[in-house]
Design a binder for this molecule. Structure first.
Ligand code: DAK
Length: 259
């Protein structure tokens, strides 16, 4: 796959792929081509049996500063409607394998929304999160009003979205937006370590568990519990469940096949 704005590095020994947003001069502003390449890369990793988890990063200065304002500024409503850029974001949202965002520097607007679409966020101590769209006359459009509110609660989300103020890594951790903060020189390594830890788990159970956790955003408790129960039963038809439980009883390390 030839990509201009995305770098892909697969670590076969760890079963982890690292996808890097690579438009450094524009602080990884998310133009249409970058988003299409990102979707293609993630979809390829999703069907690659040698990959069990993905790390998505930018660079030290910016994870991503949001949608490309220069590309968007002159669009009409009809242009936006016909281009249907949301289908790319929807496809990313449907990736089945776990994705860990490794965030350093700016994660703003669509960049913050992209990080929140990932399953976990490891941040460097320089990370800053924000939804500054209000300052340019719009509002979050790729899930920010919903995911940020669910992650940090109404009052914090309101403050961020209505003032456009950024929050620091420390505030993001305190608010429950991110998993952890690590020194800037270690944030990527740490995210890969977390991905590798997950990649060692039985991959079929990981995927189904991800799908089940995400369901919590979309259902009533009753429906969510029923969905969880069915998926719990489902895993008893996997070879990994038999192997995992047998290995526990025999006091040995399990050998999972992802089946
Ligand atoms: N778009 C395009 N270029 C950007 C950019 C952006 N969002 N952010 C920065 N850049 C460019 C700058 O224009 C500059 O380019 P040159 O002038 O050198 O050519 C270069 O990156 C470096 O930026 P600065 O010189 O401004 O760097 P500073 O360190 O001084 O400031 C900053 C960094 C991040 C504080 C500042 O650049 C900034 O405020 N940037 C804008 C951040 C922002 O407002 N983000 C929200 C954008 S709206 C959608 C999906 C998602 C969205 C919309 C639709 N669909 C599916 C349809 C999301 C919308 C957004 O994210």
């Amino acid at each position: 796959m030839s990509m201009e704005f995305i770098l892909i590095n697969k670590d076969a020994a760890k079963f982890v792929a690292h996808i890097q947003l690579n438009r450094p001069k524009e602080l990884n502003a998310l133009n249409a081509q970058l988003m299409t390449e990102l979707r293609d890369a993630l979809q390829e990793m999703d069907t690659d049996d040698t990959i069990h988890a993905v790390v998505l990063s930018g660079n030290e200065k910016a994870f991503a500063v949001g949608a490309d304002i220069k590309e968007m500024a002159d669009k009409s409503t009809i242009d936006m409607y016909l281009e249907d850029k949301f289908s790319v974001w929807d496809a990313i949202r449907k990736i089945k394998k776990p994705i860990i965002a490794a965030v350093s520097g700016f994660a703003l607007g669509g960049g913050c929304e992209l990080a929140m679409m990932c399953d976990m966020i490891v941040a460097s101590e320089t990370a800053q999160f924000g939804q500054p769209e209000i300052k340019i006359g719009v509002m979050p459009g790729a899930g920010g009003t919903q995911r940020l509110t669910r992650a940090v609660g109404k009052v914090r989300a309101m403050e961020m979205i209505l003032t456009g103020k950024f929050i620091s890594a420390e505030e993001a951790l305190q608010a429950g937006l991110i998993n952890k903060i690590v020194p800037v020189e270690l944030y990527l390594e740490d995210a890969v370590k977390l991905a590798a830890e997950i990649a060692k788990m039985p991959s079929i159970a990981v995927r189904i568990a991800k799908e089940t956790v995400l369901k919590a955003f979309e259902t009533s408790l009753e429906e969510g519990l029923a969905f969880e129960r069915k998926n719990f039963y489902l895993l008893f038809s996997s070879e990994d469940q038999k192997e995992g439980m047998k290995a526990f009883i025999e006091k040995r390390k399990p050998e999972f096949e992802g089946r």
